[in-house]
Write a protein that binds this ligand. Sequence first.
Ligand SMILES: C[S@@+](CC[C@H](N)C(=O)[O-])C[C@H]1O[C@@H](n2cnc3c(N)ncnc32)[C@H](O)[C@@H]1O
Length: 236
Amino acid sequence: MSEQEAPTLQAQFAATNGDHQSLWKALWDNGTYLPWDRGQSSPSLVDLLNDHPSLITPSSSSQQLTALVPGCGRGYDVLLFASHGLKSYGLELSSSAVTAARENAKTSGLNPELHTFITGDFFTKNWQSGENSGTPEEFDVVYDYTFLCAMDPSQGLREKWADRMAGLVKKGGVLVCLEFPLYKDLELPGPPWPLREEIYKGLLENVGFVREMYVTPRRYLESGEGSDMVSVWRRQ
Ligand SMILES: C[S@@+](CC[C@H](N)C(=O)[O-])C[C@H]1O[C@@H](n2cnc3c(N)ncnc32)[C@H](O)[C@@H]1O
């Protein structure tokens, strides 16, 4: 989401009666205005995984780590984790996004057993059972980019996000956040709703995460150039 495009997105969210989930779905169903979609993973995540392979390396060769990307959009990050050998799951509210992610995955050349895309609401557990039985309840790695900032803080969703993250990351596992947008005035409307280092700390320390790394990226997507930070949170 660039600053140039965001006002239109903000105007659309401001015009709802608060039912943001319906708007996310409508945007994907329409498919013509998806300003957050950069067509690739952030190089900041690519570099983190290359520079710190211990984050995604199992402790024994018989173990396969699992990754979850909530609000995965077209699933670029899911495929990135899959390319590192993790059994990777993408979760999307929108079935149209899931269809687009599955199409995108077909061109990746990756083993299809390594990537699964699921339609569901992050705040419920419904997507981990029924037709998706076999989906893990907890994951070794969860990645958040442009997902927390998609939650309207005035709806109390940030605290719910933190509670749910604590339930989804295994004890000893990690939540990786590409913190965005840190540059944006706190009074401005979203999405993306503005965030700060202190907001992540307050939310995640409160639910049993300890920050183990705080990294200034070497490379960025243009939308976060010079301001995004990567934080890695270990669940105790
Ligand atoms: C700003 S977009 C980012 C998408 C993707 N991470 C990217 O960077 O391309 C936020 C995404 O979160 C999805 N989303 C919003 N609320 C959700 C929820 N409660 N559960 C699952 N997905 C959700 C939306 O459909 C949307 O695709």
